[in-house]
Design a binder for this molecule. Structure first.
Ligand SMILES: [Zn+2]
Length: 295
């Protein structure tokens, strides 16, 4: 084990975050008296195996999995994490206890996330294309080889997971980064796990986004927060209410720039130049124009 082995860090009472260096993506582990919840599962089998070992160093409790949305860097480790294997020191048993556990592990997500991950070939091809065009193209083939395990527990608007002595509330506040964004709230620890609805280490990503609906969804997320709340973004360091409020203001500015620009038939390039979030805004404007034209 090298010193660079990713590890979970406790950011609030029994709420642990593992910030994985590739894509700077966060996984959150919430531990109760009887069970745990693992929010998001990384990109590849190898990454997920590291994550499984790291999670088992924190807790031996059985866990449920939550996918904040369908993107590969948040969901492609599902099959590995669903196996629930301990970190190598269990009493030997007959058969394959990992496979048995995998069949019983609950994987929670919004129905749109489950639907998209259920189309395995499309999910793998889309991921392969995204990785090839991104910062780690060398991982594309590995990502494309993942056996995608889709969610088996559907959230339409809200679900409460009882971990024994504490609850994690899953909410779909509307579309934003994707059609199926889910927010996980740990009320007793004052932690909100935002997925890619909130981004710290880079601008929001608009490739599958609903730019005109995203501000309203983040506004609903903000109503869970106080000035003391810790918000775990999809990528980057945990942030506070002030950061999310700032990102909400920028998303709202972008929304109205697009609405007015579309009404005035402004060109995508001209609008994107005046928008927040730099180059990412170009994708947002283009996508929002397509959605508005389709209405
Ligand atoms: Zn994403």
């Amino acid at each position: 084990m090298s010193s660079s082995t990713p590890a979970f860090v406790e950011i609030a009472d029994r709420v642990f975050v593992l910030r994985y260096p590739v894509f700077d993506v966060n996984v959150t582990l919430v531990v109760g008296d009887e069970a745990a919840v693992l929010v998001d599962t990384l990109s590849t089998g190898a990454q997920a195996a590291e994550l499984l070992a790291a999670a088992r160093r924190v807790t031996r409790a059985p866990w449920a999995i939550v996918n904040t949305h369908h993107h590969f860097d948040h969901a492609f480790g599902n099959a590995t994490l669903a196996r629930q294997e301990p970190a190598g020191d269990s009493f030997p048993t007959f058969g394959d206890p990992g496979a048995d556990a995998a069949a019983h592990t609950r994987i929670w997500a919004h129905e749109e996330t489950a639907r998209l991950l259920g189309h395995e070939e499309t999910a793998r091809r889309t991921a392969w294309e995204a990785v090839r065009a991104g910062s780690h193209p060398e991982l594309a083939d590995e990502v494309a080889r993942v056996a995608v395990l889709p969610p088996n527990e559907i959230v339409l608007t809200e679900a409460a997971l009882d971990l024994g002595g504490r609850v994690v509330v899953l909410s779909h506040f509307g579309r934003g980064h994707t059609a199926g964004d889910l927010v996980a709230h740990v009320p007793d620890a004052d932690v909100v796990i935002a997925g890619d609805l909130v981004e710290e280490s880079g601008p929001p990503d608009f490739g599958d986004a609903y730019p005109l609906e995203w501000p309203g969804t983040v506004a609903a997320l903000l109503r869970l927060t106080t000035p003391e709340t810790v918000v775990v973004p999809g990528h980057g360091a945990p942030v506070g209410q002030g950061f999310v409020t700032g990102q909400h203001e920028e998303l709202t500015e972008l929304e109205w720039l697009i609405r007015n620009g579309h009404a005035e038939r402004a060109r995508v390039d001209d609008l994107a130049r005046r928008a927040p979030f730099g180059a990412a805004a170009h994708v947002a404007v283009k996508r929002a124009y397509t959605l508005l034209d389709g209405e």
